[in-house]
Design a protein around this ligand. Sequence first.
Ligand SMILES: [Zn+2]
Length: 180
Amino acid sequence: MRCSNCSEPANIAHGNYQFKESGLENVILCGIELIKCDHCGNEDPIIPGMDDLFRTIALALVTKPYGLAGEEVRFLRKYMGLTGDGFSRLLHIDKTTLSKWENNDDPVGTQSDLAIRMLTMSRDNSLLNKLDSVIREHFEKIQFRAHCVRIHRRGAKKNRYVPERPSIEIKTSDLTYAYA
Ligand SMILES: [Zn+2]
């Protein structure tokens, strides 16, 4: 086994890995096999079943106990294989609105957030099977309280929306997930 970064011999170890390649900063793969290089410190995860892993992340997001963050909307849109155009048309919003959501310039409205979650489940058969239970067990409990911070922008003080981003910890052995 060789390091993908420096080509020195590398070892396999088990550990946790922050799965930034998902486009999300808060996804942790727990107990995953890593190719670890003692020479340069590089770590490459060995990810079995990328489709199932992405489905688990999608399931974690549609059951998220807080409103969706912009990058999570983007993740779900891409998971559905939709372009910004196609997604905007489905939700009857203009592309500027979608862009503001995905960049966390505007919070996603409550009903739009719920529609995005249902749309995601409708387009994936194994998530569709869970639609009823996800709605019954999770939707009422979602907290949409906006978390605002004061920022300075172009000389003016402004409130900026900051979404809740609890870590999604995915056990790679059985693809169960928990919010930390
Ligand atoms: Zn290396």
